[in-house]
Design a protein around this ligand. Structure first.
Ligand SMILES: Nc1nc2c(c(=O)[nH]1)N[C@H]1C(S)=C(S)[C@@H](COP(=O)(O)OP(=O)(O)OC[C@H]3O[C@@H](n4cnc5c(=O)[nH]c(N)nc54)[C@H](O)[C@@H]3O)O[C@H]1N2
Ligand SMILES: Nc1nc2c(c(=O)[nH]1)N[C@H]1C(S)=C(S)[C@@H](COP(=O)(O)OP(=O)(O)OC[C@H]3O[C@@H](n4cnc5c(=O)[nH]c(N)nc54)[C@H](O)[C@@H]3O)O[C@H]1N2
Ligand code: SF4
Ligand SMILES: [Mo]
Length: 904
């Protein structure tokens, strides 16, 4: 057994982990007690990281197809990379450097990012390099630059402990940044006077902790922030001295703010003016106000304006540059920051240089020893795929992102991928939604297998370390890029220069930090050895420094030409696609607590399925009633771009007139093109970020009378292999979902169609779940269309397939999941009865995934405990252990406890 320190590869909190490994296997992960981002804590996703390193579905060998339509074949690295080099060089020679593009990811390490960026800018000569951070952080980048002059979060995590007002806007941190949220809970427990304001159209788990929840109408944040400024002006809560000394552009903003009287703004936002005034007073009178914000602000056609309007409030009240105060954008991905620092996006340049500046480009060219850096801005993510679709871009190299799942307007995206002359995909997994479009598949080393650095939300750089070797022939991303780059150079120039002569990530980091010297991201004083010795550090970290810089702008000087911060006076604009009679609902999308994006990793961990066991759209009870629907119905969602069938779920936290779809469900778990079939590709004109949070949809019942539910534990207990085989069936049905069962090592397939399929299809599905042998119990009522199969193993339900009306599904699932003795029930197991024949109490949704505790047990513990909500939570924790490990379910435990108090 050995241990090694690294960083969690999921969210931007950037928790330190300690990996335990043994003879080439990662056996456990725990929080690093010394890491300043988490001090030993991890959330449920971090705690299950070792379970993602299973090898299942991994891309193991380079694969290549020379002709479209043919199958990819395993080839050597040399053959794959020579092919990439020849095709890229050929395309560049024929159509120019802008006919190729790189679409990369905020989950790459800084060294990977650097290599890609150098390849595009220094060698190929194109700025067509963009990343999935365009879907994520680009409005935050543009918002910071427009106001503070540079893309730098001025704050740090410790500010949470010093603030006495925290505004959380468009962030469901309880689910998306759980370890940071634990710190907010701690701060609140220590200081009950800490005021927390949550701005979110939904009553999220984060809103549970709020003293004030502003459930604004979708997309009205700018109106809210201007309204708050108006109120603060009236009440004398702004800081004229700070404004005069450190800012510019105030007059225009003050004039604009007059249009947003509290009543006017509150009405636009659908809240009361009292709520708005309370928020303004808390924000303005606090000694230190901290704002945390995320995708509810960024993923909008007015995302930059939302960011800037919030930063205005901090500048106007002087809540910046001090302990506990400032605008703090939470980064989504573990290294979105590294991508921004290395300038690896279409409109950025390394070290926060300006792509539009001749001098900056010349300086970078000189540092890289190349003649020039191209001036023409590159295509940003959505534009890039549009250019691929139209044939303007012919070859695209995609790494560490899954565009056939995560980009908006999937039908168009998939047309683009199909139209491209060459798609190179550099992935850890071979079974993503994007993989079928790849002409070349380059297998990448993943978390636990690669070395480098990442920067978290608070500008802190941490080391990522390898514990085990990558499987098969997979290689680290930086190495793949450097190897390919040298081949491309040979093709283009006939010889190879030292441009990509790196033999380790350390060498890349050293070159990179040299390029930051004198810039505001200066880390010239920070190398791997320093990180090794003194641990993770925040930038800037200049030559000779002994520690990084905790907070920025304490001196009131900003990185603008005048040294003053700039107010942004931009009026509110409504969401890009409004609802109407045909598309009456606002569709909001976002995250689940226990899943990560396209689920290539989290989706392979059974217990992470407990909290949200199947894809579903959340609707307010009033909307269900109005559309004649009930929970569990299969519904058809339609937008101007496409349709999606999914199960409807009743959810009072979603406001009437709105719907919420988790962003995770793509074509690997749901028939069709995934949830982004519906979403809108309209982009913010300043940040180029698409409006993923809002589009207009209609909902109607999908009339699919034939139903099938199959679930079971495979005899060889290889659930992930069965999942892969079940997923292959998804496209066969008008509606279908595939999932892991959180317990019993099983897989679930649910399907529906207008008509029953042929007997052959049913027989194949029975065979899939091993329901075709002699030991299987059978019930065929062809007249009613009910065909039922049950297999027992050691007296427990091992597999079930119910075709027809599906009666009895819920109790059969309890028998399977809980492993209840079932042999004595005999033929009762086949009876199409809705009521459990005994012994299978429904446990409800699993709230605590660490210990697999369901809602039913939690509710009964909470009810029998008595006392106030906090007492009841403590009692349930003691009795059931729920919420005592990672703590991610604490907000829900508190909500359930509050209802128990109400009911008492
Ligand atoms: N569990 C989990 N955690 C993650 C991730 C994951 O996949 N799973 N992904 C990571 C990544 S890359 C990111 S970017 C972050 C995202 O983290 P968050 O941004 O916190 O998560 P989301 O759920 O996308 O969106 C946040 C909230 O914005 C709200 N919202 C929608 N429209 C509006 C609006 O107009 N105004 C306001 N004020 N709010 C609105 C939504 O209702 C939602 O609750 O999470 C990171 N952490
Ligand atoms: N509707 C809607 N859509 C959204 C969002 C939303 O809120 N709503 N959010 C958007 C946001 S904020 C984001 S960040 C994107 C995320 O969208 P994606 O980037 O598509 O999400 P992931 O599934 O994390 O994709 C990362 C891929 O990289 C692979 N991978 C993991 N590690 C490595 C590695 O080390 N090397 C390589 N080469 N590959 C690796 C994984 O298997 C995975 O397929 O989705 C966006 N799309
Ligand atoms: S909060 Fe969870 S997902 Fe985010 S870095 Fe920490 S352990 Fe990983
Ligand atoms: Mo993100």
């Amino acid at each position: 057994m050995a241990e090694i320190r690294s960083t969690c590869c999921y969210c931007g909190v950037g928790c330190g982990v300690v990996i335990t490994h043994d003879q080439g296997h990662i056996t456990a992960v725990r929080g690093d007690p010394d890491h300043p981002a988490n001090f030993g804590r991890l959330c449920g996703k971090g705690l299950s990281l070792h379970e993602t390193v299973t090898g299942h579905g991994r891309a193991l060998y380079p694969e290549l197809r020379r002709q479209r339509g043919a199958a990819r074949k395993r080839v050597s690295w040399d053959e794959a990379l020579d092919h990439v080099a020849q095709r890229f060089a050929e395309t560049i020679r024929q159509h120019g450097p802008d006919s190729v593009a790189f679409y990369i990811s905020g989950q790459l390490l800084t060294e990977d990012y650097y290599a890609f960026n150098k390849l595009a800018r220094a060698l190929v000569g194109t700025n067509n390099i963009d990343s999935n951070s365009r879907l994520c952080m680009s409005s935050a980048v543009a918002g910071y630059k427009a106001t503070l002059g540079a893309d730098a979060p001025p704050t740090c995590y410790e500010d949470i402990d010093h603030a006495d007002c925290i505004l959380i806007a468009g962030s469901n941190a309880a689910w998306a940044h759980p370890v940071l949220f634990r710190r907010i809970e701690d701060a609140k427990a220590k200081n009950p006077d800490l005021k927390i304001i949550v701005v979110d159209p939904r009553r999220t788990a984060t809103a549970e902790i709020a003293d004030l929840h502003l459930a604004i109408e979708p997309g009205t944040d700018v109106a809210l922030f201007h309204g708050l400024l108006n109120a603060m002006l009236h009440e004398g809560l702004t800081r004229p001295d700070y404004i005069a000394a450190h800012t510019e552009g105030w007059a225009a903003l003050e004039t604009l703010a007059r249009d947003y009287a509290p009543e006017t703004a509150a009405e636009l936002c659908g809240i009361s003016s009292d709520q708005l005034l309370t928020a303004a007073r808390w924000f303005g009178t606090a000694k230190a106000t901290l704002s945390l914000y995320c995708m509810g602000l960024n993923q909008s056609a007015a995302g930059t304006d939302k960011n800037a309007a919030l930063i205005n409030l901090h500048l106007a009240t002087g809540h910046i540059g001090r302990a506990g105060a400032g605008p703090f954008s939470l980064t989504g991905q573990p290294n979105a920051m590294g991508g921004r620092e290395t300038g690896s996006m279409a409109n950025l340049l390394i070290g926060h240089r300006d792509l539009a500046s001749d001098a900056d480009r010349a300086e970078v060219a000189q540092l890289w020893h190349v003649p020039s850096i191209p001036a023409r801005p590159g295509k940003t993510a959505v534009e890039m795929f549009e250019a691929i679709r139209s044939g303007q871009i012919k070859a695209v190299w995609i790494a560490c992102t899954n565009p056939a799942q995560s980009l908006p307007d999937q039908i168009a995206v998939r047309e683009a991928l199909a139209a491209a002359e060459l798609v190179v995909l550099q992935e850890t997994y071979a079974d993503t939604e994007t993989a079928p479009y790849a002409d070349v598949l380059l297998p990448a080393a993943g978390w636990g297998e690669k070395e480098g650095t990442v920067t978290n939300s608070e500008r802190r750089i941490s080391r990522v370390r390898a514990a085990i070797a990558a499987p098969g022939e997979a290689r680290p991303d930086w190495q793949i890029v450097c190897d390919a780059a040298m081949r491309i150079e040979r093709e283009l120039k006939g010889s190879v220069s030292p441009l990509f002569n790196f033999d380790s990530p350390r060498r890349i980091f050293d070159e990179y930090r040299g390029l930051t010297r004198g810039r505001n991201t200066d880390i010239s004083g920070l190398d791997y050895t320093t990180l090794e010795m003194i641990g993770p550090q925040q930038w800037p970290y200049r030559e000779g420094a002994t520690h990084g810089k905790q907070r920025l702008y304490g001196d009131g000087r900003f990185p603008t030409t005048s040294g003053h911060a700039r107010f942004a006076a931009v009026p509110y604009r409504a969401v890009a696609e409004s609802t109407d009679a045909r598309f009456p609902l606002h569709l909001n999308t976002g995250r689940l607590r226990d899943q990560w994006h396209g689920m290539t990793r989290s989706g392979r961990v059974a217990r992470l399925w407990g909290h949200a066991p199947e894809p579903a759209v959340a609707l307010n009870p009033a909307d269900l009633a109005q559309h004649g629907l009930k929970a569990g119905d299969i519904v058809q969602l339609q937008s101007r771009r496409g349709t999606l069938r999914v199960v409807a779920e009743v959810d009072g936290s979603v406001a009437p007139g709105q719907a919420f779809l988790p962003m995770h469900w793509g074509s690997r778990h749901l028939a069709g093109n995934g949830i982004n079939t519906l979403t809108l590709p309209v982009i913010d004109p300043k940040s180029f970020q698409p409006e993923l949070k809002h589009c207009a949809i209609s909902v109607s019942k999908a009339e699919l009378p034939w139903r099938l539910i199959a679930f079971g534990t495979p005899r060889d207990s290889d659930a992930l292999a069965l999942l892969a085989r079940a997923q292959a069936w998804l496209p066969q049905f008008e509606f279908a979902v595939c999932a892991l069962t959180p317990e019993a090592g099983g897989v679930l397939l649910r399907a529906a169609a207008t008509q029953a399929p042929s007997d052959d299809v049913l027989a194949a599905l029975h065979a899939l779940f091993e329901l075709d042998g002699n030991d299987v119990m059978r019930y065929d009522d062809r007249h009613r269309g009910n065909v039922r199969r049950v297999r027992l193993n050691a007296g427990r339900v091992a597999a079930v397939c119910l075709s027809g009306d599906g009666t009895g599904e819920s109790w059969l699932r309890e028998f399977h999941g809980q492993g209840l003795p079932a042999a004595a029930l005999g033929a009762m197991l086949l009876a199409p009865t809705a009521k459990a024949p005994g012994g299978a109490a429904a446990r409800g949704r699993i709230v605590c995934s660490c210990f697999g505790i369901g809602e039913t047990a939690i509710n009964s513990a909470l009810r029998s405990a008595g006392g106030d909500a906090a007492n009841r939570v403590a009692a349930a924790q003691q009795q059931l252990r729920c919420g005592t490990q990672c703590g991610s379910c604490l907000p829900e435990l508190r909500r359930l406890a509050a209802s128990a108090v109400m009911a008492a």
